[in-house]
Design a protein around this ligand. Structure first.
Ligand SMILES: [Zn+2]
Length: 99
């Protein structure tokens, strides 16, 4: 058989390619399943209150087709919007209190 990553001939049934070290099963999983890096980033930055949460969420929504991944991006965007609402609310309160 041939390595799915580098294409060199390797022993039949070998799990890790001795040339590039890539798992022959892993490659299958990656190509079968969408990675959800944008959703994860969207969630992380959304929670941190960064504008990037919104950006990554939108990128994810444009990229992903799987329902679960899209949901994660929407949650990231939702958390970001939550922060904006909270921030606006706090700003208004402090303007009222300190003006
Ligand atoms: Zn290889």
């Amino acid at each position: 058989m041939y390595c799915k990553n580098c294409g060199k001939e390797i022993e039949e049934g070998t799990q890790y390619c001795p040339y590039c070290g890539i798992s022959q099963n892993e490659i299958n999983n990656i190509s079968n399943k969408e990675s959800n890096i944008w959703g994860v980033l969207s969630l992380i930055f959304g929670i941190l209150g960064g504008l990037l949460g919104l950006v990554f969420g939108i990128v994810g929504l444009c990229t992903y087709k799987e329902k679960q991944n899209r949901l994660m991006c929407k949650v990231g965007i939702g958390i970001f919007i939550g922060w904006i609402v909270l921030f606006t609310f706090i700003s208004i309160i402090s303007i009222i209190l300190f003006a």
